[in-house]
Design a protein around this ligand. Structure first.
Ligand SMILES: O=c1ccn([C@@H]2O[C@H](COP(=O)(O)O)[C@@H](O)[C@H]2O)c(=O)[nH]1
Length: 277
């Protein structure tokens, strides 16, 4: 099944725009697992089981696993998601970007080793650095466009004086992704919830692309303004929250607390949807 179809089906089935981010930090695991990196799988598996019926996607962030030499736990976790939530797509947040021959290896890692349905990529090196991922038909690729961090301004907000209309760099990325780069309908864009006005600027340039929107929850983005700016019917919004859900409680009730926070966030996002969607 195509990534975009899987995403739309999960969003409909679970009535949800919420993506739960899996960013397991051993120092924040509940007692008695705190500090024990060998419990990353157990922690994330419990979160997945507690929220599987509330989400449109899961987004494991690869750095949290690789930094702990826990790639084997990431493999097990994605296999576990397939078992307990086969309808929910997995977006591997890896933010890769490299020349074609190296990108082939990264694409193989994401789609063959881990079996992800989509991956996040930096578009900074241009179209040929994206092509190896697009060779995996049906898989998705979300390009960093307007990121949620303050330093996103340093490059992304700069106008490209050489282009007609002098679009800002992130606007140009959106136009390329909606147009000539999207050879097989596999692309989406990453835009931060910390900048709802700019989500709207991206949506205007990319009306049909799925937007992956991190930044609600721990980063303080406005969830409802994000939905209003990012949701466009055919171009869906996948709104990620990681720490606010993962660490809703530091005690043994962490999975139940994560479920409550996911329920609360899903309701908040749905409240901002237009009446007939
Ligand atoms: O612009 C971006 C791109 C990616 N991220 C990632 O999303 C999550 C956010 O985690 P929270 O705990 O909900 O803040 C994290 O994995 C980031 O690497 C982002 O925040 N902003």
């Amino acid at each position: 099944m195509l990534f975009t179809d899987m995403l739309a089906r999960a969003a409909r089935a679970n009535d949800s725009l919420l993506c739960v981010g899996l960013d397991p930090d051993p120092t924040r695991l509940p007692e008695p697992w705190r500090g024990d990196a060998s419990r990353i799988f157990d922690f994330c598996a419990a979160i997945v089981e507690a929220t599987a019926d509330l989400v449109c996607a899961f987004k494991p962030q690869i750095a949290y696993f690789a930094a702990q030499r826990a790639e084997d736990q990431l493999e097990r976790l994605i296999a576990h998601i397939r078992d307990v939530a086969p309808q929910v797509p997995v977006i591997l947040d890896a933010k890769r970007g490299d020349i074609g021959s190296t990108a082939q290896q990264y694409a193989r890692e994401a789609f063959e080793r881990y079996g992800a349905d989509a991956v996040t990529l930096s578009p900074f090196m241009g179209f040929d650095s994206l092509q190896p991922y697009l060779a995996y038909k049906g898989k998705g690729a979300f390009l960093l466009c307007r990121t949620s961090n303050p330093g996103g301004d340093d490059l992304q907000a700069q106008p490209l004086a050489a282009l007609p209309g002098q679009p800002r760099l992130f606007e140009h990325v959106a136009e390329m992704a909606q147009g000539p780069w999207n050879t097989n309908g596999q692309l989406g864009l990453v835009v931060g919830a910390t900048r709802p006005d700019e989500i709207a600027a991206v949506r205007a340039r990319a009306p049909r692309l799925p937007l992956l929107i991190p930044g609600v929850g721990a980063q303080g983005g406005d969830a409802q303004a994000t939905v209003r700016a990012g949701y466009a019917g055919c171009g869906t919004a996948v709104i990620n929250s990681s720490r606010a859900i993962l660490y809703a409680s530091a005690s043994s009730d962490f999975a139940a607390a994560a479920r409550q926070e996911a329920l609360r966030t899903r309701a908040q996002l749905n409240a901002a949807l237009p009446a007939a969607h």
